[in-house]
Design a protein around this ligand. Structure first.
Ligand SMILES: Cc1cc2nc3c(=O)[nH]c(=O)nc-3n(C[C@H](O)[C@H](O)[C@H](O)COP(=O)(O)OP(=O)(O)OC[C@H]3O[C@@H](n4cnc5c(N)ncnc54)[C@H](O)[C@@H]3O)c2cc1C
Length: 499
């Protein structure tokens, strides 16, 4: 960066989906905008490139979406059917996964702005495609309605299209430039940021700062502090750059923490997964077929209810339970009855196999007597039968601690296989409190002048679980709102120089 004391109307921190929507929206208001990206261009956009690019929004079915799909031919459209996805549907799904804890103001803002934001992104240059992909020739297709569209070329395509749009709009993107802290004036208003690039630490002044720099999932110390014991050992499924810098800087500037700081999206993953995500292999790493077997720790003992529900309902708890075991690892055990039902990605994983439990225990370096006792006790409490993975079969253990509440079918049909797993974190839920205009609120619930936030850093939307394709949608909705507010919300009223 050239020298100190640069000034822009709006400074956006981060260069992912939420950030670039904020930048484009601010620019649309006529503001001069700079985007600060901590990562090099090859890793731009944090977790965004790791996604499939799906967006959940309100729409009225396939005819309603056609204006957003200029490549869709009449013949293709005729073969498609997609039910409308209503505001009530969206609300119901969000209330369901968050067990009603979602902040209702934020939820209504998200739902009401979802469709207009998808249209607006299109107008900015985002190309959409049907989430199910291209229509297969000749065959009528019923397309699920909840995730109406995906960005062309998924998450990486989304970052690319938004970056191109930003450049075209005259927005400056500074790579390898990390926001260190916010500049706060005597009146408590934000007047810019301090940022570090390869050369130096710089002061950048601005009337509005939008924090869109993700969660704290890649910060081991914050994971341990807020998510609890064991989480410092989690492997990170996404970006290495989302280390809670925005959370820390905003709290220092008086922002109010909000949402479920103890909550995150997580899943059991292969122990061989890299420490932080790699776009090429991250999606191969989850190991979510544990309801069809048992999971034991290094001592050879079970430690959670593997059949409490479908994996989508339990994989956060499963990942968390694994991280609390010795070394943060565990072994998922299956027999030949379960093998045909395992997720296809298990075929790519390294497994230990054995025709006896003793043989398997030797390969896993688990005490063979303990493993035989664990499986023996489990089998004595379990049932016969076949696996029906798509049905909560109610086949529960009797008198076993911990219980297995469904799919408790005896593990007695060799060969046995074991997959070594650990806990992988996807992203965190806790963040800052914002209002319907994406203004960051302070301890007194009043907006902090000049401070805005969008994306993963916003608290109050996800609790307990997240809703597929709602993360990108809320990032875009609040990003667009944040950019508009930052550009138009505050005149330059700084009386004292920022400290
Ligand atoms: C494996 C995986 C799969 C996912 N699948 C989905 C999905 O299917 N659908 C969905 O909706 N969501 C999904 N998500 C979540 C989704 O990625 C996030 O909701 C979304 O990317 C968050 O957007 P964001 O803009 O807030 O943050 P990000 O896209 O993570 O961007 C944060 C940006 O801030 C930058 N940054 C961080 N600190 C600083 C700093 N100090 N200074 C400057 N820049 C900084 C980062 O480098 C990055 O560019 C998935 C996440 C992962 C990891």
């Amino acid at each position: 960066m050239d020298g100190d004391n640069a000034f822009f109307d709006v400074i956006v921190v981060g260069a992912g989906n939420a950030a670039l929507c904020a930048a484009l929206s601010a620019r649309q208001q006529g503001a001069s905008v700079v985007v600060l990206e901590k990562a090099p261009p090859s890793a731009q956009g944090g977790n965004c490139p790791f996604t499939g690019g799906g967006f959940r929004f309100v729409h009225d079915g396939i005819e309603d979406l056609r204006a957003l799909l200029p490549d869709l031919t009449d013949a293709e459209a005729e073969r498609l059917s997609m039910a409308p996805y209503t505001a009530e549907d969206f609300r119901g799904h969000l209330l369901d996964v968050t067990q009603g804890d979602v902040d209702h103001r934020l939820m209504e803002t998200l739902i009401a702005n979802s469709r207009p934001t998808v249209d607006w992104m299109h107008s900015q240059g985002v190309r959409w495609e049907l989430s199910g992909g291209r229509v297969s020739a000749g065959a009528p297709s019923v397309i699920p309605n909840s995730v109406g569209l995906s960005a062309w070329r998924s998450g990486p395509g989304l970052v690319q299209m938004l970056t191109t749009a930003a450049r075209r709009a005259g927005i400056t993107v500074l790579y390898e430039t990390k926001m260190l802290r916010l500049l706060v004036d005597d009146a408590g208003a934000i007047g810019g940021v301090e940022a570090q690039d390869a050369d130096d630490v710089h002061t950048i002044g601005g009337r509005g700062v939008v924090l869109a720099c993700g969660g704290f999932e890649a910060n081991a110390q914050m994971r341990g502090e807020f998510l609890g014991d064991g989480w410092e050992r989690a492997k990170v499924r996404g970006s290495a750059y989302n280390t809670g810098d925005g959370h820390r800087a905003a709290l220092e500037a008086g922002a109010k923490p909000f949402g479920q700081w103890t909550g995150c999206h997580a899943t059991p993953i292969d122990v061989d997964a890299p420490l932080t995500g790699s776009v090429e292999i991250t999606e191969r790493m989850p190991r979510r077929s544990y309801p069809l077997g048992i999971t034991v720790n290094r001592a050879g003992r079970r430690f959670f209810d593997e059949g409490a529900g479908f994996a989508e309902q339990t994989f956060v708890a499963a990942g968390s339970a694994i991280l609390r075991q010795e070394g943060g690892v565990a072994f998922q055990l299956f027999d030949s009855k379960a093998a045909p039902h395992l997720e296809p990605r298990y075929a790519l994983a390294r497994a230990a196999t054995g025709f006896t439990l003793r043989e398997l225990a030797g390969k896993l370096r688990v005490d063979a007597d303990v493993l035989e006792t664990t499986v023996g006790e489990y089998n004595a409490a379990a049932n016969g039968g076949e696996y029906r993975p798509r049905t909560l079969d109610g086949l529960a253990t009797r008198g076993l601690d911990p219980p297995k509440s469904n799919w408790a079918i005896r593990l007695d049909d060799p060969p046995f296989s074991a997959f070594t797993v650990t806990g992988g974190i996807t992203y965190t839920y806790g963040g800052l409190k914002v209002d319907e205009r994406a203004r960051v609120l302070g301890a007194d619930d009043a907006p902090i002048p000049g401070l805005f936030a969008a994306g993963e850093i916003v608290g109050g939307i996800f609790y307990h679980n997240s809703l597929r394709a709602a993360g990108l949608m809320h990032g875009a909705v609040f990003g667009r709102l944040a950019g508009k507010s930052a550009a138009s919300g505050r005149q330059s009223t700084r009386s004292a120089p920022p400290s």
